[in-house]
Design a protein around this ligand. Structure first.
Ligand SMILES: [Zn+2]
Ligand SMILES: [Zn+2]
Length: 429
């Protein structure tokens, strides 16, 4: 145990060399516990001022200002501060930051007040050195863990009275455990760094149950920070895989794709411009969906659009929503599509892919454009099918809806492998 005499003579803390991978939150909590302080003392002793309606672990990670203030008050923590940056814990290369939005921790590590950003990563669900499942709620009363920071009690004491910290363990951690932790943190960070250069994932966001299922599909290899868990039975999964050799895209086409991606990524109304190469596939999707319905389902105009033969029994005076199966249409060399028909998860993933594409290395463009196309075509087919089915028989309950797409991209040298997973709710009955 050392104390930082220069700034705060009263604050004692553990030797930072023993705390590999600890988060700013873990560091603050440990110091409060070691010095028998309560959370309001964090400001006077460590320069950290927070309120109690918020999750401290989140704010202490997101706010650079808080971290700077903490490092200023406790300069000896600067060696730990190098890992208080969430980017270093990410395992995927696309710009979107993935993490759990509530305090998640290992119950064994909590006994020493230890918390790491490792535990906030959604693909991590067990503590690699204790080999136990992570928790985000009190094991006794199920209250959220983050609520155990209150102004009138030691940090990490739940409202039910359960104290997650064992003061004796906090001060006497066995060397064996400290060494194992240092080793595992190093191994994880190396894995994450390599993974970031080879992998992208789109579509999972903060959906923790979905991460559990997707991670089963994504990480076939055994990793010490993941417990394999059985896929939830009420979830339907459809999967397809594409492998391809990176294709060289012409300069002019590249610029065009980047422009479209940047517009789409920022679009509010999902009225989209598509790459011209999407025209044929979109036409094919429209025809394929249309073929599942009798020709009489379509108005004259729709049949011309879709190229369907046969006369319509459909009468124009009948109330009928505007054309739903309008394929992408071109206006002066540009292709447009009304993306509002797409489900929300599909819209969200398309924007994610586009935002990443707009900032990507050009050699990755081909991967992203393929991912974008696949999700769009399938999302469009599903949405169009449902819209038509509803018009045909408005009283039949819809079949599985709300498919959530997840795209996983892996690169090895010049080759890429794209996995498309679609998670849907099992229809009732
Ligand atoms: Zn642990
Ligand atoms: Zn409790």
């Amino acid at each position: 145990m050392t104390s930082d005499c220069s700034s705060l003579p009263t604050l004692g803390h553990r030797d930072v060399r023993e705390l590999a991978g600890i988060s700013s939150f873990g560091f603050v909590v440990q110091n409060l516990r070691i010095n028998y302080l309560v959370p309001p003392d964090a400001f006077a002793t460590m320069g950290v001022r927070l309120t109690y309606g918020e999750d401290w672990s989140q704010r202490l990670c997101r706010s650079r200002k808080l971290i700077e203030s903490l490092l200023k008050a406790v300069p000896s923590a600067s060696a730990l501060g190098l890992l208080w940056n969430v980017e270093q814990w990410q395992a995927f290369g696309n710009a979107h930051i993935h993490w759990r939005t509530t305090l998640t921790a290992c119950p064994e590590c909590l006994q020493t007040g230890y918390h790491s950003l490792l535990f906030q990563m959604p693909w991590v669900n067990r503590c690699p050195w204790h080999d136990v499942r992570l928790i985000s709620r009190c094991l006794t009363c199920a209250a959220p863990l983050w609520k155990s920071i209150r102004p009138d009690a030691s940090p990490l004491v739940c409202t039910c009275g359960m104290d997650f910290v064992d003061d004796r363990q906090l001060l006497q951690e066995p060397a064996r455990l400290i060494n194992a932790r240092t080793r595992h943190v190093g191994r994880y960070l190396k894995w994450a760094r390599e993974s970031r250069s080879q992998r992208d994932v789109f579509g999972l966001e903060q959906d923790v149950p979905l991460w559990e299922d997707a991670a089963m599909e994504l990480f076939k290899i055994k990793l010490p920070w993941r417990h394999p868990s059985a896929t939830a039975t009420e979830i339907l999964t459809r999967r397809s895989t594409v492998q391809h050799q990176a294709k060289r895209t012409e300069k002019a086409e590249q610029a065009n794709l980047l422009r479209i991606a940047s517009d789409t990524g920022r679009a509010k109304d999902l009225f989209l411009e598509l790459p011209l190469s999407f025209e044929l596939p979109m036409k094919r999707v429209s025809r394929c969906v249309a073929s599942k319905f009798p020709a009489s389902s379509f108005s004259e105009r729709e049949r011309i659009c879709l190229g369907i033969d046969g006369t319509s029994e459909y009468e124009d005076w009948q109330p009928r929503p505007s054309v739903v199966l309008l394929r992408a249409y071109s206006v002066r060399d540009k292709l447009y599509f009304d993306g509002r028909i797409l489900s929300r998860p599909v819209q969200a993933i398309l924007q994610q892919v586009c935002l990443t594409m707009a900032h990507a290395d050009t050699e990755r463009l081909d991967d992203y454009i393929r991912a974008y196309g696949r999700v769009l075509f399938r999302g469009y087919a599903t949405a169009a099918y449902h819209a038509l089915a509803k018009i045909e028989s408005p009283h039949t309950p819809p079949r599985a809806v709300g498919w959530k797409p997840v795209v996983f991209i892996r690169r090895r040298g010049q080759r890429s492998r794209l996995d498309f997973l679609w998670f849907g709710d099992q229809p009732a009955g």
